[in-house]
Ligand binder design. Structure first.
Ligand SMILES: C[C@H](N)C(=O)N[C@@H](CCCCN)C(=O)O
Length: 577
């Protein structure tokens, strides 16, 4: 009952929570959901202490309202901050921490319970064989966890302030004609939008081919000239310093598209685009935060396959843990202590392996392929438990391996197949569906066990779920391959000394989701094309070659530059005379 009141609301709540996250942003929703968790745990502990069962039930329900949605917002935060970089590693570390919590909980609670009457404890909390102390320790941990949500909110704010200040500082630096040629950052990638599956937009491809001749031209005319042309002809956010602003100032009308990039994340990008980036960092997107059928359709085929896979695979792992103890004792005749250790093996493996698996996934990709591998391993595990007497430690190790590989691959995959503005919806929906499976499957398992009186049929049922997961994972590989293969690609790599920059091949991640068509890495500032420009800004400032490309003054700069050049030529002529 205590678990049911937690899980029932979560058949729907993570979805609503996800939409709320997209609307009000990460910080506030993180604080809000964690507040529910703290209050819920407090009520639960109070109910247990005072022997008031209804209060405990209410506490569990309140805890549940926040618990799973907090998981959703945390996934979104990691996806936003680490997309295109070490996302799988970051999520792997998250898994390690949360599963370490599960293992510690399994070991610590019985210990505290056993020693709750110890004389060393102050009399007001001492009470032999009473579970309240362990639950109050949980409450203290929840309060500490709540403090981290405040810390995150402050961190998000200070990051915004840092980028604002950096952008403002870029104004007012002196002009130079040689900036682009001295920069290590290739101009063709200075764009935020419009990348196709090949990694290059219709605009960028011509720009690439023009690159060498434009370098020559740029040496002669300074960087703003090419930026000006790109902005005038190029449509979508070509950035590169001035862009449309320069064209507009020069009396040219930009043809088509948005092209508001200015200097990407640089001075020209401080306005509307900068505000948009900040909203993205906060995880807010008012435009997509209203629920509509169209939005669900836009999530795309890969996303739906991931969701089905998540439901069946998690249903073949977590509910198994609930029955594993009894199963091991019944089939292998093990003691309670030994069983307790054996059933913690899968989570222990997840604790140890998840960060390394995350690193491997970031380096090599292969997410969809790993889902196939994990499903196969899980199928093998359940069949071996059902039909063999091999040492259960081996089966639980393969289960731990399957679970760790699966969880390390699936959660980062979600962020790769949906738009960053719909991450809350995407993680909310997959978590709600997962909870649906986790709510229903134990009931089916109980019914099968009651009907057959053995665990063989139960294990065959779990194996069938793993088989469905295997089929879905194979289909996912096919669908993903047809739409660009984003799931099996490595993450954007870090090739810059200053910032993480996208590789050419990574730059145009494509996906089945229409949200993603033509979108590149979605992190609000680091690995986007804007960031290349930002990196370039930093480089140029460092080199002392940064041109002054603010929106208001491109013509003035050119005039000043020409005057300077004429003056130098005059001085040279005088010198020769
Ligand atoms: C039960 C919970 N919804 C869940 O699925 N937890 C995952 C970890 C989710 C991490 C998402 N970044 C688990 O494997 O425990």
């Amino acid at each position: 009952m205590l678990y049911t009141v937690y899980s029932i609301p979560n058949l729907l709540l993570p979805l609503c929570g996800g939409l709320l996250i997209d609307r009000i942003g990460n910080s506030w929703s993180n604080i809000g959901f964690n507040l529910f968790v703290v209050v819920g745990q407090g009520l639960f502990a109070g109910g247990v202490t005072w022997g008031a069962y209804p209060i405990s039930l209410i506490g569990r329900a309140v805890f549940g309202i926040g618990g799973e949605s907090a998981c959703v917002v945390q996934s979104k935060i990691l996806a936003i901050w680490f997309q295109g970089k070490e996302m799988a590693f970051a999520m792997g570390l998250g898994m390690t921490v949360s599963r370490f919590g599960s293992v510690v909980n399994d070991w610590l609670c019985p210990y505290i319970y056993k020693h709750s009457g110890a004389r060393v404890l102050p009399s007001f909390i001492r009470s032999a064989n009473n579970p309240s102390l362990a639950i109050w320790v949980g409450f203290i941990l929840m309060v500490l966890s709540f403090a981290t949500t405040i810390a995150y909110a402050l961190l998000e704010r200070s990051t915004e302030a840092y980028f604002d200040a950096k952008k403002k500082n870029c104004r007012g630096l002196t002009s130079s004609s040689s900036s682009a040629s001295s920069s290590p950052f290739p101009r063709p990638f200075v764009s935020r939008k419009g990348t196709g599956a090949s990694g290059l937009s219709s605009l960028q491809a011509p720009l690439l081919s023009q690159a060498s001749s434009s370098e020559e031209e740029e040496k002669e005319n300074g960087p703003s000239r090419r930026s000006q042309r790109a902005g005038a002809t190029g449509g979508e956010g070509t950035g590169g310093g001035g862009g449309v602003a320069a064209a507009a100032a020069a009396g040219e009308r930009p043809e088509g598209g948005e092209g508001t990039g200015g200097a990407g994340g640089g001075p020209g990008g401080v306005g509307r685009e900068g505000e948009k980036q900040k909203r993205q960092l906060r995880g807010e997107d008012l435009e997509v935060a209203t629920i509509s059928l169209e939005q669900f359709r836009l999530l795309g085929g890969c996303y739906w396959l991931l969701t089905i896979s998540c439901v069946v695979l998690y249903s073949a792992v977590l509910p198994f843990n609930n029955i594993a103890g009894e199963l091991l004792m019944t089939k292998w005749g093990l003691t309670l202590d030994k069983t307790g250790f054996l059933i913690s093996i899968p989570y222990l493996i997840a604790v140890l392996a998840s960060p390394f698996l995350g690193i491997a996934i970031d380096l090599f990709g292969c997410r969809a392929a790993l889902l196939v591998l994990a499903s196969l391993a899980l199928l093998f595990t359940h069949l071996s438990i059902a039909f063999t007497y091999i040492n259960p430690a081996i089966s639980l190790t393969t289960m731990g391996f399957a679970y760790s590989v699966y969880a390390s691959a699936i959660w980062p995959s979600v962020a790769l197949v949906v738009d960053s503005s719909a991450l809350g919806l995407a993680y909310g929906l997959i978590t709600a569906s997962q909870n649906g499976g986790l709510g229903v499957v134990p009931i089916i398992v109980g019914a099968i066990r009651d009907a057959t009186g053995s665990y063989i049929a139960v294990e065959v049922f779990f194996a069938s779920l793993a088989l469905v997961g295997l089929v879905i994972a194979i289909i996912l590989n096919v669908v993903d391959a047809r739409s660009g293969g984003v799931l099996n690609k490595k993450s954007c790599s870090s090739s810059s000394p200053l910032l993480h920059l996208p590789d050419v091949e990574d730059a145009g991640r494509s996906c089945a989701s229409p949200y993603l068509q033509g979108r590149s890495c979605a992190s609000p500032y680091l690995p986007t094309f804007d960031d290349v420009d930002e990196a370039q800004v930093v480089w140029e400032i460092k080199e002392g070659t940064r041109g002054l490309w603010s929106e208001e003054e491109p013509l003035l700069q050119q005039q000043q530059q020409q005057q300077q050049e004429q003056q130098i030529m005059r001085q040279q002529r005088h010198g020769q005379q």
